[in-house]
Design a protein around this ligand. Structure first.
Ligand SMILES: C[S@@+](CC[C@H](N)C(=O)[O-])C[C@H]1O[C@@H](n2cnc3c(N)ncnc32)[C@H](O)[C@@H]1O
Length: 286
């Protein structure tokens, strides 16, 4: 089980790994971007960060190949970036979830294979099970609307709360069925449960706050003229990146237009379809 790195050529183009670079891969995952960066130049250094304990064994594998050129820190990028005391000149964020997380039914991220509903990247703290089974109807509706952009959020929240008066919701399949029985299927390839699952996942992992905090702590780790590359997968993530760049005088856009995957990439890796890449330069003003 692995993860195909998204927009790999574009990431390498904008990061342009070169001799002496100190690069952070803030979302290590399966290390696809990290390995490509390390292969691109023989003496750049990469620090990988990921909050998912399941990727530690993969990080150890990469460490055994690249030795002192690669290090890994397990933790949330918002915390790690604000605590690091070394300086770096390039950083990559490839937000969202990995294919390993989505495709492991026991992690409870996806409705395509049933598993206990969980969705925690860090595997600690409140899970989707806790949220779905204990949150008030109003709060559920708010989350599903706010983080899923789901116009039927009130109906879905009502159905969830009614269902759990009979029985707790334990599996991703159960939640999907509740949504399917509540709202009509659209004539599209996208499952009607997608937005609700996205919303609960974002809430459980506090994903948007993580992005906000991480972007705002970059001055702690970056040197003058550093390059920042972000890959977002939906408008909520991308909006945070866009506003942060617009409102930060130290940030200069490198690419005026957003970069999306080619049709060929989407054909080979449909999960890349909504990816949006932005590249920036961090400049310390006098
Ligand atoms: C899209 S995957 C990255 C895939 C990676 N670029 C590759 O090529 O294999 C996103 C990864 O970021 C991690 N992640 C998401 N939010 C995080 C956060 N706040 N702190 C640390 N890691 C995070 C997830 O656990 C997941 O492994």
């Amino acid at each position: 089980m692995c993860h195909i790195p998204v927009l790999l050529n574009e990431v390498l183009y904008y990061l342009a790994p070169s001799s002496g670079d100190n690069i952070i891969d803030a979302t290590f995952g399966y290390g696809g971007h990290t390995s490509a960066i390390l292969n691109e130049c023989s003496d750049c250094i990469v620090l990988g960060i990921d909050r998912d304990p399941n990727v530690i064994s993969r990080a150890n594998q990469i460490k055994s190949i690249y030795n002192e050129r690669f290090n890994f820190i397990h933790g949330r990028f918002s915390e790690v970036l604000s605590e690091l005391d070394c300086k770096y000149n390039k950083i990559l964020f490839d937000f969202g979830v990995s294919s390993m997380q989505l495709d492991t039914p026991e992690r409870g991220f996806s409705f395509s294979k049933s598993g206990n509903i969980d969705m925690r990247m860090s595997q600690e703290g409140k899970s989707a099970y806790d949220v779905i089974n204990s949150m008030s109807q109003e709060d559920l509706a708010e989350i599903i609307w706010k983080y899923g952009d789901e116009t039927k959020s009130r109906k879905i929240a009502k159905a969830i709360v009614e269902y759990r008066t009979q029985k707790l919701i334990e599996t991703t399949e159960e939640l999907r069925n509740i949504i399917h029985n509540t709202i009509t299927k659209k004539q599209s390839n996208i499952d009607v449960a997608t937005k609700t699952f996205q919303a609960i996942r974002i809430y459980v992992n506090d994903e948007l706050n993580e992005i906000n905090k991480a972007l705002n702590s970059l001055s702690n780790v970056l040197v003058n003229n550093s390059i920042i590359v972000t890959i977002s997968f939906h408008s909520l993530e991308d909006r945070i990146v866009k506003y942060w760049a617009q409102n930060n005088t130290n940030i200069i856009k490198i690419n005026n237009n957003i970069i999306n995957p080619s049709n060929e990439e989407i054909k080979n890796n449909p999960r890349a379809r909504s990816a949006i890449l932005r590249a920036f330069r961090y400049v310390i003003s006098d």
